[in-house]
Design a protein around this ligand. Structure first.
Ligand SMILES: [Zn+2]
Length: 327
């Protein structure tokens, strides 16, 4: 285990703290204080463009509970992270613009940055704003501790267009090629992961770009359009799609306390949060048993409590049992 390292996250583009819910205050009695009392709005950096020009850019999430943790623990490890995130958001996003709850299809339509921020909001509403992560040094691979707050994670807003974006790409012969593109969404993330799992040899990044390529020179986009793109245009397409996308990305300048090498690390936020949510899932059944025995609350009441509160109460019951010599 490495000594604690000083992490120096890049300056946030937008302060995020105001847009994310804090950990849920503990209700005195879970049966009379439904968690939605503490829901706070999350401002989405991209939003969902509806026909007619309306943009849906606000959502509300609830904290993780025991039902979610049991469901997460039951997911096969081979299931793609994007699909797990989609279903987790369908469980925990209580409202998206006018929809409460939102249809799962609408959550799939959300640009990637919005989905990342919603997952982050579920995390902060469950476990708070502080992150203590363990990363590996890029040179010596020894573990190092890195701490940051949710507010340190830069959020770059970029509103979702309500129609494909016309863009001119270099054609490689001194001219330009007119294409239409859109930012990638959850549906694209799932499709790319499914293709990789099915043995599709196309690099995931290329597959994502093909899906975001809506048209080329008045003709179709997709894989056919991609084939018609000269190589310089392909590189320019990647940059144009990136420009059209909102971002929730944490790039940290780190210095290894063991070998002293300076390096930059991009944290896979979604992967980290899923791992963190999964870690304590094995204890849910034991906590349910302790609380049901001690308080005679229903299984539904216990399993729909925010996880940290359920865990803390179960800890107190276990402490009492130990004090009485039953633990
Ligand atoms: Zn090192």
């Amino acid at each position: 285990m490495g000594r604690p390292a000083s992490a120096d996250p890049v300056a946030p583009v937008l302060p995020l703290s105001a847009g994310l819910p804090a950990a849920v205050p503990s209700p005195a009695d879970p049966t009379t204080h439904p968690a939605h009392h503490s829901h706070r709005p999350v401002a989405l950096p991209a939003g969902l463009a509806l026909a007619g020009g309306e943009l849906v850019a606000t959502a509300w999430v609830r904290p993780l509970n025991g039902d979610d943790e049991e469901w997460l623990a039951a997911q096969p490890p081979t299931r793609a992270g994007a699909a797990v995130v989609s279903e987790l958001l369908a469980r925990t996003v209580v409202r998206l613009g006018p929809w409460a709850p939102p249809p799962p299809e609408r959550l799939l339509d959300l640009p990637i940055a919005d989905r990342d921020l919603l997952l982050l909001a579920v995390r902060t509403s469950t476990y708070g704003h502080r992150f203590d992560v363990v990363l590996s040094c890029a040179a010596c691979e020894r573990p190092m501790d890195v701490s940051f707050a949710a507010g340190d994670i830069p959020v770059q807003s970029c509103r979702t267009p309500d129609a494909p974006l016309p863009t001119a790409l270099p054609d490689g012969r001194g001219g330009v090629l007119e294409v239409a593109l859109r930012p990638p969404n959850g549906r694209d993330q799932e499709a790319v992961a499914a293709a990789a799992a099915a043995g599709d040899p196309t690099p995931p990044v290329e597959l994502l770009l093909q899906r975001c390529l809506v048209g080329v020179g008045g003709g179709p986009g997709g894989a056919d359009g991609w084939e018609r793109l000269p190589v310089p245009a392909r590189g320019a397409l990647a940059a144009a799609v990136d420009d059209a996308s909102a971002k929730v990305e944490l790039a940290m300048d780190l210095s290894c306390p063991e070998c002293g090498v300076d390096f930059e690390a991009d944290l896979d936020l979604a992967g980290y949060v899923l791992d963190e949510f999964l870690a304590p899932a094995g204890t849910v059944l034991y906590e349910l048993h302790l609380l049901a025995t001690a308080y005679h609350w229903s299984e539904h009441t216990i399993m729909s409590m925010p996880s940290p509160r359920r865990r803390a109460l179960a800890g107190l019951v276990a402490q009492d049992l130990r004090a009485k010599g039953h633990g």
